[in-house]
Design a protein around this ligand. Structure first.
Ligand SMILES: Nc1ncnc2c1ncn2[C@@H]1O[C@H](COP(=O)(O)OP(=O)(O)OP(=O)(O)O)[C@@H](O)[C@H]1O
Ligand SMILES: [Mg+2]
Ligand SMILES: [Zn+2]
Length: 605
């Protein structure tokens, strides 16, 4: 046993990130720690910009010296020291720049399990050799639909789209899809060198030239004479004068498709997308996979259909497979492969550049729904069900596996990552979360809380920035940052078990946390205490009606349980304001400090 009271603590000294005022705080590990405080008080500055950033920095430092460049980007937090800090994982609301190909299925790694299910336990049509996990992934050359390259959509780029007004000349930017500014001029100057008339309307150009400009896959490099007229360029070429530079031409369609698939800039992608006509791919029906992969069925569905189902429906498909009775059914009659057929199929795979999987057993040696296959299916289905239920418990049952993550809301994405972490079996890690309850109905809050508890039970620490009162109440430890926003915040008002916050007068969180708690009980009717209200009707000296200042005080019963302080005060105030035209109200619950209220009724008046 370690008797040092500071062991098991993360000790922060002199944190000054953003508005933090040289903060010292000790935070327990292996606990659910909730960071509270008004917006802008400095919660994220402490939890993310200081604690998480420092954990990241140490991680980078420990793994790779060359990662210093990355550290500079992350930034070194402004803090004197942090001791006892484990590695941290941030489940932040920020989206970063996830690739559009990342989906609910890939983030949760459920997709790879499902591919395994289809490969090992799917029902193959007659004659179809065994397919492996990668054959069921649209993101591999083996699995992608050859027509749409795994995009699920085919794009058409037509002359009408690229040249909306054929009365314009090339110099007048007839090819609207060309890049803007210098790059566009470059293409025009190259066409001048190539002898194409850039000063007659587009529609007057010969069709052969128009098609070449738009659709060519050739990329010739030619001398460019920037700033010269077409006539001067012809002369310069003839005299073999020194060109301004060598320019490379790219066809208009080629430019569009290349930019769309390879550009990192969302803006650029958006610009070129307007010249493309997208339709669901007719070969894969938008399922992104090659035909062979889609010919393998499980429970009557192809893998594309399964990926398009909401998770709740997907779970319904899995339930009978996970059940004991699944083993009772008979295998399907049908063809099985002979060893020589297997060898043949493997040779073909290799010829197509895929892995032979020479050491894997060929599932085609037994019929569809053979005992082996049913056993495999049952195990995978049980595993899948367990993980899907984590997602549905967190209120994500309406999502489908194929949903791309950039389309998820920030709360959805964070809960998705949380569910994934639950399956990751990591321990000794700090999870840092920013308002995981965002967008969650109170009814779903319980599942979120359970998820957090489970991560903790695995030996992890949870740092949660949260405005949800219920989460605050159930925390092991509260850190209240404040008292107000910006430079008026940045101090630690309280650090300890939630109950202790009640004594911290400065805390704005306190008022809500404890007022709400009282309003939840609803039984007691007997007055247990008294609330004294003192109201002052208008004190505006310019108003002749009230030329003097006066105050009235009144004692009201306070019921323990229902009739908490805030409730009574608010109700009394409304009555008071109506009756006396009051502009302010001071509330003093017994044994507590005065609070001045200027409720809405005064402003509305
Ligand atoms: N990168 C930054 N540069 C300068 N000031 C910052 C930066 N980030 C935050 N701040 C300021 O520091 C203060 C605390 O911000 P912080 O993001 O920590 O607040 P918060 O308590 O997490 O609020 P919220 O509940 O709205 O997320 C704010 O006044 C904010 O404007
Ligand atoms: Mg914040
Ligand atoms: Zn396709």
């Amino acid at each position: 046993m370690n008797s040092d009271p500071t062991s098991g603590m993360v000790r922060v000294r002199g944190a000054r990130e953003h508005n933090l005022k040289n903060v010292d705080v000790d935070i327990p590990r292996d606990s659910l720690v909730v960071f509270t405080g008004v917006s802008g008080s400095g919660k994220s500055s402490l939890a993310f910009s200081t604690l998480y950033a420092e954990a990241q920095r140490r991680y980078f430092e420990s793994v790779a010296p060359y990662a210093r460049r990355l550290i500079d980007q992350v930034g070194v937090p402004d803090v004197d020291s942090i001791e006892g800090l484990p590695p941290a994982v941030a489940l932040q609301q920020q989206r970063g720049t996830p690739s559009t190909r990342s989906s609910v299925g890939s983030v949760t790694t459920l997709s790879s399990l499902i591919r395994m299910l289809y490969s090992r336990a799917g029902s193959y049509p007659p004659g179809q050799p065994m397919l492996y996990a990668e054959d069921f992934s649209p993101n591999t050359p083996q699995g992608a639909c050859p027509e749409c390259h795994g995009l699920g959509r085919v794009y058409e780029v037509t002359e009408a789209l690229m040249v909306p007004d054929p009365n314009l000349t090339i110099r007048q930017r007839a090819v609207a899809s060309w890049p803007l500014a210098w790059q566009g001029q470059n293409l025009r100057d190259i066409l001048v060198t190539l002898g194409i008339d850039v000063d007659i309307p587009w529609k007057k150009l010969p069709k052969k030239q128009r098609d070449w400009i738009l659709f060519t896959e050739e990329t010739p490099t030619v001398p460019v004479y920037a700033g010269l007229t077409p006539e001067e360029t012809r002369v310069a070429l003839k005299r073999k004068m020194e060109p301004s530079y060598q320019g490379t031409f790219t066809g208009a369609r080629r430019y569009i498709l290349h930019t769309f698939t390879h550009s990192q800039s969302a803006l650029m992608k958006k610009r070129v997308a307007q010249f493309m006509l997208g339709n669901p791919c007719p070969v894969c029906d938008g399922k992104r996979l090659k035909r062979e992969a889609l010919s393998v069925k499980f429970a009557g569905y192809d893998i594309g259909e399964l990926s398009q189902m909401p998770l709740l429906q997907f779970a319904e498909v899995l339930k009978p497979v996970a059940a004991q009775t699944y083993l009772d059914q008979a295998e399907e009659a049908g063809d099985v492969f002979t060893p020589s057929q297997t060898l043949e199929a493997r040779a073909q795979r290799v010829a197509h550049g895929a892995s032979a999987h020479a050491n894997a057993p060929d599932v085609r040696h037994t019929p569809n729904l053979s005992v082996e296959k049913r056993l495999a299916a049952q195990r995978i289905a049980q595993d899948l069900l367990e993980r899907v239920s984590t997602l549905t418990d967190l209120g994500l049952g309406y999502l489908a596996l194929e949903r791309s993550t950039p389309t998820l809301s920030s709360g959805e994405l964070q809960r998705l990552r949380l569910a994934t972490q639950l399956g990751s079996q990591l321990f000794g890690v700090i999870y840092v979360l920013d308002e995981p309850s965002a967008g969650l109905h109170p009814a779903d809050g319980e599942a979120l809380f359970d998820a957090l508890q489970r991560l903790k039970a695995c030996g992890n620490t949870l740092f949660v920035v949260e405005h949800d009162l219920e989460t605050m109440r159930r925390a092991d430890w509260l850190i209240d940052v404040g008292p107000a926003a910006g430079e008026h915040g940045g101090r630690i008002l309280y650090s300890g078990p939630p109950a202790g916050l009640e004594q911290v007068k400065e805390s704005q969180t306190r008022d809500y946390l404890f007022a709400e708690a009282a309003s939840q009980a609803r039984t007691c009717r007997k007055p247990a205490d008294w609330l004294r209200l003192e109201g002052s009707p208008a004190t505006t000296w310019t108003t002749s009606v009230w030329s003097f200042h006066w105050a009235v005080s009144l004692r009201l019963p306070v019921f323990r349980g229902r009739g908490n302080r805030a409730w009574s005060a608010r109700r009394c105030w409304n009555w008071w304001a109506r009756t006396w035209d009051a502009r302010w109200l001071r509330v003093m619950p017994r044994n507590r400090a005065w609070r001045t209220m200027r409720p809405r009724s005064a402003a509305v008046r």
